[in-house]
Design a protein around this ligand. Structure first.
Ligand code: UGA
Length: 448
């Protein structure tokens, strides 16, 4: 059976990786974005952001002519059978979601639908506050002059991809959630996913539009809560002689009702999604007369967590003034160059407040760090160069190459060998007795 043509509105992290994965599995893609520069960059075979393996896959699907880009949104709709909407939905300072990109996309899609004679499926994949899709139906009806159900269908289909792992997460998701306006819409999207996944079809959950919208927010809130919970316990571990959060997390996580993942203690969660979605969830609840204290605590624990690393540094070094501090890792997590809400930003700002001399290294994110810190800090081109002559090294992002560093590397290169592991990447036993060492969630008995 030949695969259908799919249009994708919004070629950011979610949209472009999704487009490339669909094209890779044989779909014809028409990509649309309002940003011409972005379209040109993509057409040249390069993603406008870093995502593992994306450039290779993008170049391949362009060669195979499976992906076509347009700046004409109506054409994108009329020449395809399904339109996925993956535009950005940032939050405003008060926590409400800015739906202006979505509104623009819907207007254009509505106008495209007006020209069509056959049924078309619109799928919202941008994260939106619960209740939004019910309003989307009316907007589409207004701009298209057609009727939902009879002339077009609507689904909300949240994405659960992680930056740095996006391709794998799209190709092999744990499950697919389909919120549907009517069963015809749900069936059409289920059929599309059957074609996409073939024999490896994941479990599909079909539910209402509103449930699917809540699932997306609640999913991110729960994941962030797991991390804040383990960080809270990590902070307690630091106070109790002989305690180590790594062991504690393993002991908890092996309970199948809890699970091991997202129990890595550290300097806190960052990225473009968690904070935005948790704030939006709190806002939606407030609009409905409800507080969400657990979600609020999840954020406030995380606000403080990066500074725990500075407390540990002060314990080991005394004052930080004029000390040369090497920050290893800037991206909010490995596998990306993204520094949005990265704990590294708070850590570096605090170090600068304390008048420390800061030198940083990250395998991918140096260009973003330069935009934020300019010449207030030094930039190294390798982890070894970063730690050279330093008084203290802080592990802020768990890039695999930092795990390769041994106590000997720190001893050989640093002025005063001292490591603070903010991501629990090292085995404390390897460092014990060799150099000054501290870590989030660790209270080593022998150092008492
Ligand atoms: C997150 C969700 O994991 C995705 O399912 C979701 O689709 C996405 O948000 C989104 O809404 O778009 P992402 O922000 O890319 O994905 O990154 P995560 O892998 O979830 O990591 C988030 C932060 O938590 C990172 O700073 C990471 O270092 C931190 N983290 C993660 C921990 O501190 N400990 C852990 O055990 C796990």
């Amino acid at each position: 059976m030949s695969k259908s043509t799919i249009s994708i509105f919004g070629l950011g992290h979610v949209g472009l990786t999704f487009a490339v994965c669909l094209a890779h599995r044989g779909f014809q893609i028409i990509g649309y974005d309002i940003d011409e520069e972005k379209l040109q960059c993509i057409m040249s075979g390069k993603a406008p952001f870093y995502e593992a393996n994306l450039d290779e896959l993008l170049a391949a699907v362009i060669r195979m002519k499976r992906i076509q880009l347009t700046n004409n949104p109506q054409d994108a709709v009329s020449n395809s059978s399904i339109t996925f909407v993956t535009v950005d939905t940032p939050i405003k300072p008060n926590g409400s979601v800015d739906l202006s990109s979505l509104a623009k996309a819907l207007q254009a899609i509505g106008q495209g639908l007006r020209r069509k004679n056959n049924w078309h499926l619109v799928v919202i994949r941008s994260t939106v506050p619960p209740g939004t899709c019910l309003k989307v139906i009316k907007v589409l009806e207004e701009y298209s002059g057609k009727r939902a159900g009879a002339d077009f269908g609507l689904c909300f289909n949240p994405e659960f991809l992680r930056e740095g792992n996006a391709i794998e997460d799209i190709m092999n998701p744990d499950r697919i959630v389909i919120g549907e306006y009517d069963s015809m819409s749900g069936e059409a999207l289920e059929e599309f996913y059957k074609q996409f996944h073939g024999e490896k079809l994941p479990l599909i959950i079909r539910t209402s539009l509103t449930n699917a919208e809540i699932i997306k927010y609640a999913n991110n809130a729960f994941l962030a809560m797991k991390i804040s919970f383990i960080n809270m316990i990590a902070n307690l571990c630091e106070k109790l002689p002989g305690a180590d959060i790594t062991e504690v997390a393993k002991g908890i996580g092996l309970d199948r009702r809890i699970g091991l993942s997202f129990l890595n203690a550290g300097v806190g969660w960052g990225g473009s999604c968690f904070l935005k979605d948790l704030k939006a969830l709190i806002y939606v609840a407030k609009e409905n007369g409800l507080d969400l204290p657990l979600v609020e605590a999840t954020i406030s624990i995380n606000d403080e967590q990066p500074l725990k690393l500075i407390e540990l540094a002060r314990k080991l070094l005394g004052t930080l003034e004029n000390k040369r501090i090497a920050v290893l890792g800037l991206a909010f997590k490995p596998g990306t160059d993204d520094m949005r809400n990265a704990p590294s930003i708070k850590i570096i700002n605090k170090l600068l407040d304390e008048k420390a001399r800061v030198v940083v290294y990250d395998p991918r994110a140096l260009h973003n760090a330069r935009k934020i810190f300019g010449d207030k800090i030094e930039y190294a081109v390798s982890s070894i160069q970063c730690i050279q002559g330093a008084d203290c090294a802080l592990i802020v992002t768990e890039w695999p190459e930092f795990k390769e560093l041994k106590p000997e590397h720190f001893i050989k290169n640093m002025r005063t060998p001292c490591v603070i592991d903010g991501r629990r990447i090292y085995d404390p036993k390897e460092f014990e007795g060799k150099i000054k060492f501290a870590a989030i969630g660790l209270n080593q008995l022998k150092h008492e």
